[in-house]
Design a protein around this ligand. Structure first.
Ligand SMILES: [Zn+2]
Length: 272
């Protein structure tokens, strides 16, 4: 008898053990939801960072999910107004962000956003626009095209996309002499503002490097950015304490499905 009960329980235990890797059993967490994407498309042969590529089909399904659930997708300027107003964070507000500024954002993400009525934001590396991702070793992550200034302007003019800074050249900020790190942070703000004719209120640290180094974070705040974004998984408490710490993000991986997206939005993470 004992044997037969435990035998019957085995499949249940297996299902439970497998599904416990997801965070459905955690309590929902309040806070600012900022999705982080990089590349939309198929990873090129030789890519060692395949999880940073999300297929257009998956991206479409994810944006569709957000719209069907009644989310409003904020631009950086919307977030700035919300922050300045001191108003509470709407439960159904989310920021879609892309790091680096790839041409595939223009080719694959922008048409989907336009079609579904969503908005998004890109952290642009100033010196590589119209070139390739020069900061990667092509032996581990092949070079692909970055969006040109014209493509970025076209997206901005559509009202669907806004920009923030991701430095001049995508360095590890904490590895640079302090003056050079400060220059990467401040000069990219100046150059992007001149190129796009509007304020850049948001900054993201390449590799997240510097987000937790007080001397570097101070440079980002001094440069005049309202918001700085880290590379740490999670949601950030609102009202946001700007002096306290950078804003965390929800990282969408190539293998994620809509269930992962739902868990990230509610729990701040989808898998352990
Ligand atoms: Zn980056």
């Amino acid at each position: 008898m004992t044997l037969s009960i435990s035998a019957a329980a085995i499949p249940v235990l297996i299902v439970f053990a497998l599904s416990a890797r997801w965070t459905w059993w955690r309590a929902s967490k309040p806070g600012l939801k900022v999705l982080c994407y990089h590349k939309i498309g198929a990873p090129p042969p030789g890519s060692k960072l395949k999880e940073l590529w999300v297929s257009p089909e998956k991206f479409r399904a994810q944006v569709k999910y957000l719209m069907a659930k009644g989310f409003s997708t904020l631009l950086f300027s919307d977030l700035k107004k919300l922050h300045a107003s001191g108003a509470p964070l709407p439960e159904k507000a989310v920021l879609i962000t892309f790091d680096d500024g790839y041409e595939n954002n223009y080719l694959h993400a922008w048409p989907i956003l336009k079609e579904l009525g969503a908005k998004a934001n890109i952290f642009v590396v100033f010196n590589t626009k119209g070139k390739v991702n020069l900061w990667h070793d092509p032996a581990s992550e092949p070079w692909v095209n970055m969006a040109t200034l014209e493509q970025l302007k076209e997206m901005q003019n559509s009202g669907v996309m806004e920009y923030g800074s991701h430095t001049m050249s995508h360095p590890h900020l904490s590895a640079l002499p302090p003056g050079d790190a400060a220059w990467e942070i401040a000069e990219s703000k100046r150059q992007l503002e001149a190129a796009f004719g509007r304020e850049m209120c948001a900054f993201a640290y390449p590799y997240g490097d510097g987000a937790y180094a007080p001397a570097i974070r101070e440079k980002a705040l001094e440069a005049g950015y309202t918001f700085d974004f880290s590379f740490r998984q999670g949601k950030t408490g609102w009202p946001w304490n700007r002096k306290g710490s950078a804003i965390d993000r929800l990282f969408i991986r190539g293998g994620d499905n809509t269930w992962d997206l739902a868990l990230q939005l509610s729990r701040g993470a989808s898998r352990l």
